[in-house]
Design a protein around this ligand. Structure first.
Ligand code: ZN
Length: 131
């Protein structure tokens, strides 16, 4: 399953970005995954669950948005969603297509929290540390 390697890369980016943003923990990672990547979201979620242990993202939830495979027919200009990988234009039957979307594999957002010593003028609604 190729999800493991990909999820490893994502975890590296998440930790990198979180460190840069000064986050103390990551609460949510949102991904956009195109259908053409052949990534199985459940498998990716499973890998994420394993890889996040002991990291800054240990408590994080993974939210995967699947991006449909969209193509444009170069013969008639029709834009359509490709179902079941049948790469044929539903309008004219043409096979000369341009892929519009479906190759995405990107981190949409990384959400997290800061323990924060400096500007504590915001009183959080909930304080799980009880401090
Ligand atoms: Zn067409």
């Amino acid at each position: 399953m190729h999800e493991l390697g990909i999820t490893q890369n994502i975890m590296e980016i998440v930790q990198d970005e979180a460190g840069r943003a000064g986050l103390d923990r990551v609460t949510c990672v949102k991904l956009r995954v195109g259908r053409l990547t052949a990534i199985v979201p459940d498998a990716m979620d499973f890998c994420f669950g394993i890889l996040k242990k002991g990291t800054i993202a240990e408590e994080a939830t993974l939210v995967i948005t699947e991006v449909p495979l969209r193509a444009s027919c170069t013969d008639c200009g029709e834009d359509f969603t490709v179902e079941a990988f049948s790469m044929v234009c539903p309008r004219c039957g043409g096979r000369s297509l341009t892929i519009l979307s479906g190759r995405e594999l990107e981190i949409e957002s990384i959400e997290g929290e800061q323990e924060d010593e400096s500007d504590g003028d915001q009183s959080p609604a909930k304080n799980p540390e009880g401090q």
